[in-house]
Design a protein around this ligand. Sequence first.
Ligand code: GAR
Length: 195
Amino acid sequence: MRAMKIRLAILGSGSGTNCQSIFQAIDDGRLNAEVVTVFSDNPDAYILERAKKRGVSTGILDCRGYKNKFPEEVQEALARRLQELDIDLICLAGFMRLVKSPLLETFPRRILNIHPALLPSFPGVEAWKQALEAGAKQTGCTVHYVDAGMDTGEIIMQAFVPVLPGDTPERLHARIQVQEHILYPAAIQSALARM
Ligand code: GAR
């Protein structure tokens, strides 16, 4: 493992509570890393405010009005920028677009994602709702390496969350998020130890 602090980039589309949990873990000494930059495909995402409050540089990914697509030229520009910033590891934290070539080739085994279910069950969007609708007795969250598939990469760590009688999607997701905020920093630290 590198003696220097690992340089992280975080990509998110929403509130950024997982990003905040990474900041917290760094401050607590549980994660030997620094967040160098935060990028979002959503200019209004609160994750950008969290980064600014911390003095972390931010960037917007202009996906040209595409709802789900992550255009190749946008990924190419991002890959170049992250190389310039000497980024070691990219953490997807609620980033709602599929990362593919060329970002994956530029950062092989250097991109992590957190997913709100026990993969391989319930990949894709609103995984907590999928678990509830399927009548699962338990679900959870997973941190995995990103590959070219949808939530298919090698699993690093998982945490279990029981589905309780009378759960609503919101309540279940809130309990999963409590676990995410513990799991993600721990999984990043574990991935760093293998670099
Ligand atoms: C988290 O629950 C994360 O697992 C999920 O989005 C939420 C983002 O919350 N990600 C996905 O569903 C990716 N497929 P946050 O913005 O508060 O970290």
